[in-house]
Design a protein. Structure first.
Ligand code: C5P
Length: 329
């Protein structure tokens, strides 16, 4: 069983537990045929990025779990009863301490419904924060088990750093990466539904034609060697084609990033966020500036216009905190 790469702080403070949890990109997302349970076997490489949500958990009466969400895109987050962080806190309480409750406050930094595991990250943060708040001190195996019940990406967001995922994405093998890569992310104002993207994958690829998934050759070596050009060439996302089929303007954004000189490009997870790999931090800043200009219609050079109302972020990966960072207060 995978071990977290760092251990969060566990000091008690009266004003609750605060957890910062990064979003992720998938450097590879190789999809196998649809399984009888409706999921798809994956061979994926997750990496956390330096865009994070923050969650604060404070004591509430027994059985009560509430949530308040603020920050960019908070209005796009679903109703509290559907909130994955609420479900995570409830699952933890039901499993171990039914007499406990929590108020959760989430500040969004990860794009909502952007294919960057924002909801999963909040669930992971809720598990970790409530575990500390309620004094459980569960071993990481127990938290990872609950995480897998909540969603395919939740175990990775609990682990952070870089990891290979198999099964639905919940069977993790951490990968040590000492180099920092620099990415530009372009978000979309409207999210894409992950089940809809997988359904379109099935329509485009009848199950009998889909081979067992495998991580592309060269990807892990490029990561470990810190070679952005080799990594850019090895990136692969089998959900890009169905995501672009559902949202054709993503092809324009991807082309704009290539035009701006990115050494790699891809749709992040099930989209619609697009991710562009740069050679270094300076080039990432340049690519971001060009994409912002295009998005604002200010770039007069020939090439694709990026649809307006998009956010462009420069991020590092893996996030400098290799694991979700937790502290009290
Ligand atoms: O696990 P999670 O709740 O995030 O999955 C959302 C949906 O995405 C699933 O209901 C399924 O339709 C699809 N999915 C899949 N195969 C995976 C992960 C997700 O088909 N490995």
């Amino acid at each position: 069983m995978a071990e977290p790469l760092a251990t969060p702080s566990t000091q008690a403070r009266p004003d609750g537990v605060r957890v910062r949890v990064p979003g992720k990109i998938n450097l590879a997302l190789c999809v196998g045929p649809r399984r009888p349970d409706g999921f798809h076997d994956l061979a994926t490489v997750f990496q956390s990025v330096s865009l994070a949500d923050e969650l604060r958990a404070t004591e509430a009466p027994a059985g009560v779990v509430t949530v308040a969400v603020r920050g960019r895109g908070a209005d796009l987050v679903g109703a509290p009863e559907d909130n994955l962080a609420v479900r995570a806190a409830r699952l933890l309480a039901e499993t171990y301490v039914p007499r406990c409750g929590a108020h959760l406050e989430i500040t969004k930094g990860i794009p909502v419904a952007g294919g960057m595991a924002g909801g999963s990250a909040d669930a992971a943060a809720a598990l970790l924060a409530c575990d500390r708040l309620w004094g459980l001190g569960l071993p990481s195996e127990a938290l990872l088990e609950l995480a897998a019940l909540l969603g395919s990406d939740v175990p990775f967001t609990l682990l952070g750093g870089t990891a290979i995922g198999h099964g639905r994405g919940e069977r993790l093998t951490p990968v040590r990466v000492d180099h920092t890569f620099h990415w530009v992310l372009v978000t979309s104002p409207d999210g894409l539904s992950t089940p809809a993207v997988f359904r379109r994958f099935d329509e485009l690829h009848p199950p009998e034609t889909v081979p067992a998934p495998a991580v592309p050759e060269g990807l892990l070596a490029a990561l470990v060697e810190g070679d952005p050009v080799a990594l850019g060439a090895a990136l692969r996302n089998d959900l890009a084609e169905p995501a672009v089929a559902l949202r054709p303007e993503l092809a324009v954004i991807l082309a704009a990033g290539t035009e701006a000189g990115a050494v790699g490009r891809m749709v992040s997870g099930s989209g619609p966020t697009c991710a562009f790999l740069a050679r270094d931090a300076a080039q990432a800043a340049g690519i971001a500036a060009e994409l912002r200009d295009r998005s604002a219609g200010q770039d007069r050079r020939p090439g694709p216009d990026v649809h307006p109302a998009r956010d462009v972020y420069v991020v590092r990966a893996p996030a400098s905190v290799g694991f979700l960072h937790a502290g009290r207060g």
